[in-house]
Design a protein around this ligand. Structure first.
Ligand SMILES: C[S@@+](CC[C@H](N)C(=O)[O-])C[C@H]1O[C@@H](n2cnc3c(N)ncnc32)[C@H](O)[C@@H]1O
Length: 257
């Protein structure tokens, strides 16, 4: 396993905590809905893939937002965390008109898709350029790939930088800047959009440590904990942590021949 891979089966509760205490997914969904409204999808059941779907909680939401554009969907999922993939397949079965197709990794990916969503998973892929190339190659000629990922201006990504600097290591995860460079290198038609979202939770050491486990996974055990816990001080006010930060999305279409 490379350092950039993070085992979400192990930090499922911590990720749920982040999802429950941030507006990130709501902001992503609102932007997805605009994109869906403006894209010309074919008039037949849509073949959709969620790349890095996790437990499928977010997948269910974007598929429901697609309802005004699609009479029906055929769902495929790709997720390396096995328990999460199984949970997602069960959660989404009733939304798909065909049995949900699952992939554990990109090497086995097959199919041709009208829509691929890669929501906040490119941080962890071993090779962003390779993954983007493979995903775009599986798009239908009129297909659409949506990628969401935060960049170096994001408060949590700056916390990654502090944490890995404290053990003299480079951050092993990718950011929006890597995706931007890969899109340029691949000559993709990639339209960016910046989003602002909030993270809010009752301020306690336990909650701060939950966020740190979500962010650093296995690496946290090697880092001095107190300075990372103290990172949240600047966002604390009257017993509440309130963070406003940013994220980025791209709508990517295949090269025209
Ligand atoms: C922050 S979670 C996002 C989950 C879901 N897309 C969402 O928006 O809630 C990142 C997901 O990327 C997955 N992931 C990790 N490595 C990956 C890889 N190489 N390819 C695709 N997904 C990967 C993780 O297992 C995890 O489920």
């Amino acid at each position: 396993m490379s350092d950039s891979e993070k085992v979400f089966d192990r930090i499922a509760n911590e990720y749920e905590f982040f999802m429950d205490h941030s507006t990130e997914s709501r902001c992503d969904l609102e932007a997805y809905q605009l994109t869906f409204q403006n894209h010309s999808f074919p008039n037949r059941p849509l073949r959709v893939l969620d790349y890095g779907c996790g437990t499928g909680r977010f997948t269910a939401k974007w598929i429901d937002r697609l309802a005004s554009k699609a009479t029906a969907v055929e769902i495929s999922l790709l997720e390396p965390a096995r328990q999460q993939l199984n949970e997602a397949a069960q959660r989404l079965a009733s939304r798909s008109i065909t049995p949900v197709v699952t992939f554990g990794d990109l090497a086995n990916l097959s199919g041709c898709y009208d829509l691929i969503v890669a929501n906040h998973c490119f941080y962890y892929v071993p090779d962003v350029t390779h993954s983007l190339r493979r995903l775009v190659a599986t798009l239908d000629q009129q297909g659409l790939l949506i990628v969401a990922i935060s960049g170096q201006d994001n408060v949590l990504i700056q916390l990654w930088q502090q944490g890995f600097a404290s053990i003299d290591e480079a951050v092993p995860y990718h950011t929006a800047e890597t995706v931007e460079n890969a899109c340029r290198d691949l000559g993709l038609d990639a339209v960016p959009r910046d989003l602002t979202y909030q993270i809010s939770f009752a301020d306690s050491r336990a909650h701060r440590e939950t966020m740190l486990r979500f962010l650093f996974d296995k690496h946290l055990a090697r880092m001095p904990l107190d300075p990372l816990v103290a990172y949240f001080d600047r966002f604390s006010h009257q017993g509440q942590i309130n963070i406003e930060t940013t994220s980025r999305q791209w709508n990517i279409t295949p090269p025209k021949h």
